[in-house]
Ligand binder design. Structure first.
Ligand SMILES: NC(=O)c1ccc[n+]([C@@H]2O[C@H](COP(=O)([O-])OP(=O)(O)OC[C@H]3O[C@@H](n4cnc5c(N)ncnc54)[C@H](O)[C@@H]3O)[C@@H](O)[C@H]2O)c1
Length: 329
């Protein structure tokens, strides 16, 4: 995007040392923004100091927790934009430890917005929501009118977090919107385990020349390369037309997980996987097939995915062949 809106702008990214947050930070410093990254670096989540390798001197890093209202009150002041990306992302963890998910993905979201209302009501806020809030789709592709019926604790809390943002836009005039991201992938994703996405673990095992597991394999999905997700976040922040709205963000194609595994092995130039039936504890919260109808963001914000799946996977594999050690230590 050629917009100069971010040149000299003060930007706070919660979850800024995480996968999407750090890729966004890289783009924003190049656009001339003064960027502050807030992150708790809780080891089970995707935050990693190596994610800002090379831009450390161009960003301000604040290791703190979005559950800390005092930290939020201080950090929100004077910011022009808030990209609100901090979150507990594991669906399984949300079922084992629902209260932590509630505190981070729901309660903290309310206190972040209260900090905006009381200390910086003109800040523009973009929230990273998720396709998980739809639950098992009734029909495909899924548009924003689809019923919200989450199948896990994470989906319920993200849904509440999203709607607090829309409420604060509507009731208090704080310009805010939400992007319902689908599976996002690319350099700097968590690959240590499957907490962020199964694809991260697939990539790790492939780079380590070990077999990965495909469960079922028939499920349909769409995937967004991280640069395209970053572009969507920037467009959403910059366009007043988007405020108060929710937007699906999809991918460039629809693919089954088995096909994805085959493409990944092919792009890697080799590798193995084994097919398994879906483990029972995962099946309980599985959403089946999903892919987005993202016409709204394409029409309203003029967004479309630019990086085809093969190209994105190739870039991701190249990154982890070089840097895997920084992500599994
Ligand atoms: N990656 C995806 O496929 C995807 C899909 C849909 C939605 N999202 C949403 O996008 C956002 C970013 O996800 P990501 O993929 O970059 O994951 P990530 O885990 O890499 O990033 C989240 C960051 O938030 C930080 N964080 C977690 N709890 C915190 C707390 N209490 N205080 C401060 N920081 C905290 C983590 O340390 C981490 O760096 C999340 O809100 C997630 O729900 C991601």
């Amino acid at each position: 995007m050629s917009d100069t809106r971010f040149d000299g702008a003060k930007v706070l990214i919660t979850g800024g040392l995480g996968f999407i947050g750090s890729n966004l930070a890289r783009r924003l410093v190049d656009l001339g923004a003064a960027v502050t990254l807030l992150d708790s670096l809780i080891p089970e989540y995707g935050g990693n100091l190596f994610n800002v390798d090379g831009i450390e001197s161009r960003v301000r890093i604040n290791i703190s927790d979005v559950r800390d209202q005092h930290a939020m009150r201080y950090l929100i002041q004077g910011q022009d934009f808030l990209f609100n990306l901090a979150g507990q992302t594991s669906h399984m963890d949300s079922m084992q430890d629902p209260y932590t998910d509630l505190e981070i993905n729901c309660r903290a979201q309310l206190s972040i917005l209260e900090a905006c209302r009381l200390h910086n009501p003109t800040v523009t806020v973009v929230f990273a929501s998720t396709r998980q809030i739809y639950g098992r789709p009734d029909h495909l592709p899924v548009d924003e009118q689809h019923l919200l019926r989450p199948v896990d604790v994470n989906g319920i809390n993200k849904m509440a977090g999203e709607w607090y943002h829309i409420l604060y836009n509507n009731a208090w005039g704080i310009p805010a919107c939400a992007l319902r991201l689908t599976n996002t992938y690319g350099p700097r994703m968590r690959v240590k385990d499957a907490r962020q996405t199964f694809l991260g673990l697939w990539i790790r095992l492939l780079v380590e020349d070990r077999p990965f597991e495909v469960w079922d394999g028939a499920q349909l999905r769409d995937f967004t390369y991280v640069d395209d997700a970053v572009e969507a976040l920037l467009l959403a922040a910059a366009a007043p037309d988007g405020h108060g709205q929710v937007f699906n963000v999809g991918g460039d194609c629809v693919i089954s997980l088995k096909q994805l595994a085959d493409v990944l092995v092919e792009v890697n130039g080799g590798g193995r996987y084994v097919s398994r039936t879906f483990p029972g504890d995962r099946k309980r919260i599985d959403i089946g097939d999903y892919y987005a109808d993202d016409t709204r963001i394409r029409n309203t914000l003029n967004w479309s995915p630019q990086v085809p799946l093969r190209e994105g996977l190739s870039r991701t594999l190249t990154f982890y062949r070089q840097h895997l050690g920084k992500y599994v230590e």
